[in-house]
Design a protein around this ligand. Structure first.
Ligand code: NAP
Ligand code: F7E
Length: 338
């Protein structure tokens, strides 16, 4: 039985990955940071809360990382833990740099020292492309991060490459484009939209306030992407791979798809800060722009080229954007409790 460690197991990807590995017969350890209350809501929703061995862990604390890696000879370590919300990274740039950047080398160096045969996956991101230098973006596209989050992740990516090249570790970096699900955190735009529209459609009728509606993202389903992470660690040689759908969609269109899935027909008007969408049936404003949600620097367009993952890993994203928006919107509509 293979032993795997997942950092960030309480997060969206951590939950889906834990489920995938358990289904494959792995012994799964999930690293969670101490909170006043143990939060395993996602693991419970996936029906695996009792199947994962939970251990206390924080990426900013070297001692617990060393102890954990030394005590258990993990076959695979998936480093998914991070301060993952781009918007907060301008408010917490030092913390974000410490956890998302230096946290990666803490784990890598523990592996190098105590368990060099362990295979390592780093959760890198399309945010590293930022102000994109080429369209679409692949493993060769230069980085130009636009947020403290993206900057820290560039460090995490290159230190993974460096430990592979310096010490021969089986360390891979997955450059993943946005991936979403009904388990997505409520602060990210897709889930904010589906939660807000569900509340609106259920009769609350309060407008959902959003920032930049023109930004475009390459959105896939998180369940598909964790399969790609696992495939990377099954290769003979470690490498870096982009995972993406190759389709980009403006935020505005995601809103329209999600609204339609729960019976709302929206009429858009205005532009920039005065843009809004009115629900045709009730005549109420369902979406409005609030500049409070604009970012100090924006990533306007992301579209990935996952040819390498397709050809070498046999990986394919299975869910298209409309289906994803429908899945998330109907899930929030059905779960609505008022
Ligand atoms: P998420 O839902 O926000 O989960 C983040 C996880 O990290 C949570 O379990 C969180 O614990 C944990 N964490 C945060 N700070 C920590 C610390 N100091 N020590 C230990 N654990 C800590 O994020 P996700 O969407 O699943 O993303 C997983 C990873 O992929 C992240 O590294 C993210 O940056 C990266 N990524 C995500 C996407 C995407 O579209 N989802 C795309 C590219 C890359 P708590 O539950 O206690 O908060
Ligand atoms: O923003 C715009 C916002 O916060 C997407 C993380 O998983 O994916 C995620 O980062 C876009 C941005 O995700 C609102 O300005 C408009 O252009 O959902 P998001 P993100 O920043 O792309 C990458 C790949 C990661 O690695 C990250 O960990 O939507 N936007 N209005 C808004 N965004 C938010 N959050 N809220 C709004 O009201």
């Amino acid at each position: 039985m293979k032993k795997a460690l997942i950092t960030g197991v309480t997060g969206q990807d951590g939950g889906y990955l834990a489920k995938l590995l358990l289904d494959k017969g792995y012994d799964v350890t999930g690293a969670i940071r101490r909170n006043s209350q143990i939060e395993t809501v996602r693991l419970q929703k996936l029906g695996i809360a009792d199947a994962v061995r939970l251990v206390d862990f924080d990426l900013s604390e070297i001692n617990n990382i060393n102890r954990l890696i030394r005590e258990t000879a993990f076959d695979e370590v998936y480093n998914l833990a991070a301060q993952s919300f781009v918007g907060s990274s301008w408010d917490q740039p030092i913390y974000t740099g410490d956890v998302n950047g230096l946290g990666v080398v803490r784990v890598l160096d523990a592996i190098r020292t105590y368990s060099p045969q362990t295979r390592f996956y780093q959760a890198s991101t399309s945010e590293m492309f930022g102000l994109v230098r080429a369209v679409p973006q692949n493993e060769e596209t230069p980085f130009h991060p636009r947020s403290p989050y993206g900057v820290a992740k560039v460090y995490g990516h290159y230190i993974t490459v460096n430990y592979r090249e310096s010490f021969g570790l089986h360390a891979s970096s997955g450059i993943l484009f946005n991936h979403e699900s009904p388990l997505r955190g409520p602060e990210f735009v897709t889930r904010k939209i589906t939660l807000g529209l569900a509340r609106f459609a259920r009769g609350d009728r309060a407008a959902v306030e959003l920032g930049n509606l023109d930004a475009k993202r390459d959105w896939g389903f998180a369940g598909d992407y964790v399969e790609g992470m696992w495939r990377m660690l099954q290769q003979d040689a470690a490498d870096d791979y982009v995972l993406a759908t190759g389709v980009t969609t403006p935020i505005r269109d995601f809103v329209t798809y999600a609204a339609a899935a729960i019976g709302l027909e929206l009429e858009w008007s205005g532009s920039a800060e005065t843009e809004q969408a009115i629900d045709r049936k009730s005549g109420k404003v369902a979406i409005r722009v609030n500049p409070r949600f604009y970012r100090p620097a924006e990533v306007d367009l992301l579209i990935g080229d996952a040819t390498k993952a397709r050809t070498r890993l046999g990986w394919e994203p299975r869910m298209a954007i409309r289906e994803l928006a429908e899945l998330m919107a109907t899930s929030d509509y059905d779960d609505w409790r008022g």
